[in-house]
Structure formats: C-alpha cells, structure tokens
Design a protein around this ligand. Structure first.
Ligand code: IMP
Length: 207
C-alpha cells in the first residue's frame, strides 16, 4: 500500500521545463501546487545509479532534502532485448558527441546508428524487440519513497522515420502499430507511452 500524497506543494526534481509543465497539469487537479528544481535553483545531482530506479531515487531524495517538501523525479531510456537491455540507463550518454553542430551536444542520429550497428553485428535474424522504460520516484522529506515503473513495448526499425517527438522516437515502433513514435500524433504517443504507464500507476496509488 503506497503512502498517500496530501494536497500541498510538490517539487518536480527536474530542470526540464516541458516535463515540469506536463506533470503540473496532471497533478494540479488533485490539489498539488507544483514548484520546479530550476525555480528553486537546486543543483542537479549526479546520476550515478545503474538502474532507472536508482537514478530516479537519487534525484527525488536530493530534491526532498534540499527543500523539505515531497519531490517527484523520473528517469527513462530505451532497452533493447538483444543487447541485454542496453543502452538502458545510458540512453542519453550514447548520444553524447564532441562535434555535434559545431560543439558538444547530443546527436540522436548517431545514437540510433550505434544501436543499429550493434544489432546488425548480431546478424539478420536478430530479435529487434525493445521497450522504452520510465521510472518515477516520489520522495518525502522524512526519507520515505515510492517507485512506479512504466513500459512501452515495441520493436526497432531502420532507417529512422518521422520528425515528431525526440530522442530515439524515429526508430521505435510501438507494439500493435506500423508507425514509429516520431510519426504518431504526440497526443496519441502520450496516451501509450512508458511515461503515461508510470504516471497512471502513480496516480492510482497515491491519490
Ligand atoms: P532522461 O530520463 O531525461 O534522462 O532521458 C533519457 C533518454 O532516454 C532521453 O534523453 C531520450 O533519449 C530517451 N528517451 C526517453 N523517453 C523517450 C521517448 O519517449 N522517446 C524517445 N526517446 C526517449
């Protein structure tokens, strides 16, 4: 049985304005007033965990301790079955590039190519199943925490298709569909995504 989230302030332990806005819209009807880590100028802790849950907990606990209110954090990534779950928690790291658009940054096309390269090394009959994972962590100032895990199952296609979404969306075809996440209307993607799955579990458990 999860601990209930009482109406009041909720810290979104993220510096991503888009995430903060989306989460705010979801929790506001339950009497929560959202503040963000960026608004409070909280430092971003280093994500040193080896699982999504560890990283989400690091961010949520750092937020709750830093400002004394309940904090929510998430961690997500792409897991490829034939690669033993890689890139997994290192999903964003696989896109790190020194020379992207003239300087350091994230090159998602390079990252998608890296995944495809590793799959093709395994041969033409390799299992192309993959899933996006999202873990949400809620941490209370007294040290209590709750974890909610969501998944979007699917498979990888090549070459990349579509211009919507972000990250690895152009190579990910969700189960039961022919289009990639980057070809699907964003509202539709948000209804079937790993993030939606994790949020639905959290909303059911804590409100
Ligand atoms: P983080 O949880 O913000 O650290 O994100 C991890 C990485 O996973 C992101 O930078 C994206 O590359 C990838 N990722 C997470 N969710 C999605 C998604 O819905 N579509 C495409 N890529 C995603």
């Amino acid at each position: 049985m999860s601990r209930t989230l009482e109406p009041g302030k909720l810290l979104i332990a993220s510096h991503n304005a888009g995430k903060v806005r989306e989460i705010g819209e979801l929790v506001r009807p339950h009497g929560m007033e959202v503040v963000s880590a960026a608004e409070l100028d909280l430092p971003e802790p280093e994500e040193t965990g080896t699982t999504f849950a560890e990283n989400a907990l690091i961010k949520a606990h750092a937020g709750a301790e830093g400002c004394g209110i309940v904090a929510l954090a998430d961690d997500s990534g792409l897991c490829v079955e034939a690669l033993g779950g890689a890139p997994g928690v290192y999903t964003a790291d696989w896109a790190e590039a020194d020379t992207f658009e003239g300087g350091p940054g994230r090159d998602w096309y390079m990252a998608m190519g890296k995944v495809e390269g590793k799959l093709s090394e395994l041969g033409p009959d390799t299992d192309r199943s993959a899933y996006f994972a999202c873990t949400l962590a809620l941490a209370w100032p007294d040290g209590h925490s709750e974890i909610f895990e969501g998944r979007a199952p699917g498979s990888l296609t090549w070459p990349p298709r579509g211009i919507l979404g972000f990250g690895y969306d152009p190579v990910f075809v969700p189960e039961g569909r022919n289009q990639t996440f980057a070809e699907i209307d964003p509202a539709e993607k948000h209804a079937i995504s790993h993030r939606a799955d994790a949020f639905a579990k959290m909303m059911k458990a804590v409100f």
